[in-house]
Design a binder for this molecule. Structure first.
Ligand SMILES: [Zn+2]
Length: 246
């Protein structure tokens, strides 16, 4: 719906097709020809030459004093300025809203480029934001290993943390913890590497969530025992979903 700033040189009709005479057009055709007298009769008419400069405008067959904008899909009435009316329409907030959407639609990026953007720009930004937050606030972590047969297993390490500014708890990815060993020692050394690399203290960690295997939850030689050596106050919880399933 157009707002006040959308009306510049003329009113922008609500109907969206140049072919279909909307209610306002029907109303106009039923009225007397008084509106065609005086200043109104000097209204500009569509010129096909304008399409060279603005190929996105079309003629409206039912109204010679309007043009149809294919970007914002609105009929726009000319004032008395002709081509300047088209130029003015481009500055309206309604047209610009749709134009921005068109730019977003036309953005294309294949898998390699998208991966580069995410890995090189987006991920470091969010990771750094998480790290800065984890340095100064309590958080809990969760880790789980993959069961694929690759040489290195992935053990995604996530952080659950409360963001004061956003007033909510978020779970974010911190590190992939690639490990060639599936032992508690091997996996924990990668967790510790992640903490050391990002200079995050175990003292801020208040909880650990893992599933219930002995590697994770064993009493003597597990990730649990190693984490408690770092900070005995960390609350460690096995995965209730695994418990229910078994
Ligand atoms: Zn437009």
């Amino acid at each position: 719906m157009a707002d006040a700033s959308d009306s510049v040189s003329g009113s922008e009709d609500e109907f969206n097709s140049p072919e279909s005479p909307g209610p306002s057009t029907l109303r106009q055709s039923n009225k007397s020809t008084r509106k065609d007298s005086g200043a109104a009769k000097y209204r500009s008419k569509f010129s096909t030459a304008w399409k060279k400069q603005y190929p996105f405008i079309n003629e409206v067959r039912t109204d010679k004093h309007s043009f149809y904008c294919t970007i914002c899909k609105h009929n726009v009435k000319y004032g008395h300025m002709g081509l300047s009316d088209v130029q003015q329409h481009l500055t309206t907030s309604m047209h610009q809203r749709y134009a921005k959407t068109e730019i977003a639609k036309n953005y294309s990026s294949r898998r390699t480029k998208t991966a580069c953007i995410i890995n090189g720009t987006v991920a470091p930004f969010f990771q750094q934001s998480l790290v800065e937050h984890a340095k100064n606030n309590p958080f809990s972590i969760a880790i789980d290993g993959s069961s694929d047969n690759a040489l290195e297993k992935i053990n995604p390490l996530t952080v659950r943390i409360f963001y004061v500014n956003r007033g909510n708890v978020y779970t974010q990815f911190l590190d992939m913890c690639m490990s060639s060993s599936s032992t508690a020692e091997g996996i924990f050394s990668k967790m510790e590497d992640a903490f050391t690399t990002h200079d995050v203290s175990w003292n801020n960690c208040v909880g650990l969530g893992v599933d219930n295997t002995s590697v994770n939850m064993g009493c003597r030689n597990s990730i649990k025992t190693r984490v408690l050596e770092k900070n005995p106050a960390i609350y460690i919880m096995g995965c209730p979903c695994h418990t229910i399933r078994h």
